[in-house]
Write a protein that binds this ligand. Structure first.
Ligand SMILES: *Cc1c(COP(=O)(O)O)cnc(C)c1O
Length: 354
């Protein structure tokens, strides 16, 4: 267990929980009664505060707004049928948060602050964790530069916060995905492996163009040949070809090392699939589709868990699927959901009790 850390708690005078429609929870729109906040200055983290969720007063010269030193994480909390609250694999997100921080020249957040701060906040707002199947409490840690100086340099001051948002299923419907060849997301040596704000800002135009063409998202490809599969939006991607599950490896540093990706790899192995983490050429995908071996394509991520892809279009070649007949993505999703919601044993030690 983690030692007690001093947290200054100011409770909301009245809860807003009765104002929320728990049957209709669009992703990231509603926030719980409290938030966690701590400032970094003079080389150290200050007092950890939990206080009512509210707006911040910030200078327009705030460094993060100008030069993008901003990182985040996405984690989920669940309640089991007995009502006990659990957070899914928070230590993995903690490790990744500090990997992102280091790449953006931001200070590391101590484990106790990240984990115990989150645990305390979730404990305080535990009634906000929805209990419906596929619903959860989304946890959003963020850190951003808070120097009030317009000069291009690493900030001396930072703010770390944790927000909580009750959420329903993210992408309910199977998706149509466009293989992107004009724009790229990340190149070796860049920041593709970091959960940093600019990666998402630069994707907005690309996603909007894909939407205009009737797609939900793009499948990013490598920056040089536009032939090697990377990832989709905020999801890693898996291909089921015969009895093999194939997903891009992390070696080029151009994709996010998803915690869901890692969990799905474990579950696929348990289900008897051989899992290959390696470069995937788009021609291999098309060839597998042509000869009938390509059974399923799906995305994995905290927000969506497992999202089936009913269409993947490369140039003018469309691969379409009847996802109603699929077996792998639905069984991976339900096994993962059952573990998270406490209906199946947590053999891997993924659930952190609040
Ligand atoms: C967050 C994210 C993922 C998924 O990571 P999880 O830890 O599974 O949520 C994948 N790709 C990108 C670009 C992401 O930002």
């Amino acid at each position: 267990m983690i030692a007690a850390m001093d947290i200054q708690i100011t409770k909301a005078s009245r809860s807003r929980i009765n104002e929320i429609d728990f049957n209709n929870l669009p992703f990231g729109k509603n926030f719980t009664d409290h938030m966690l906040e701590v400032d970094y200055s003079d080389g150290e983290w200050g007092l950890v505060r939990i206080r009512p969720f509210q707006s911040l007063v910030l200078s327009p010269s705030l460094a993060a707004l100008h030069y993008g030193q901003a990182i985040f994480e996405g984690i989920k909390a669940y309640r089991d049928p007995a009502g006990n609250a659990f957070i899914f694999r928070p230590f993995d997100n903690f490790t990744r948060f500090n990997i992102s921080a280091a790449r953006m020249r931001m200070p590391a957040v101590p484990e106790e602050l990240f984990i115990e701060g989150m645990r305390k906040l979730v404990e305080l707002d535990r009634d906000w964790i929805p209990m419906k199947n596929d619903y959860s409490l989304y946890i959003r840690p963020i850190m951003f530069a808070t120097d009030e100086v317009i000069g291009v340099k690493a900030s001396d001051n930072y703010k770390f916060m944790i927000l909580l948002s009750p959420t329903g299923p993210y992408y309910a419907a199977p998706m149509r995905i466009y293989v992107e060849e004009k724009y790229t997301r990340a190149a070796p040596g860049g920041v593709g492996f970091a959960k940093t704000a600019g990666n998402y800002g630069s994707a907005m135009q690309v996603t909007a163009e894909a939407r205009e063409k009737g797609y939900d998202q793009v499948l990013w490809m490598d920056a040089f040949e536009h032939k090697w599969v990377q990832e989709i939006g905020t999801m890693n991607v898996f291909f089921i070809i015969g009895n093999r599950a194939i997903t891009p490896d992390l070696n080029s540093g151009t994709i996010l090392a998803g915690v869901t990706r890692d969990s799905v790899i474990e579950i696929l192995k348990e289900l008897g699939y051989s899992v290959e983490e390696r470069p995937i050429h788009i021609d291999e995908v098309i060839e597998a589709h042509r000869n009938g071996a390509l059974r399923e394509i799906f995305g994995t991520g905290t927000a969506a868990t497992v999202s089936m892809i009913r269409e993947l279009t490369y140039k003018d070649y469309s691969m379409t699927f009847d996802t109603g007949t699929w077996t792998v993505a639905p069984s991976v999703k339900s096994l993962l959901t059952d573990i998270r919601e406490g209906r199946k044993p947590d053999k891997h030690g993924w659930m952190f009790k609040v």
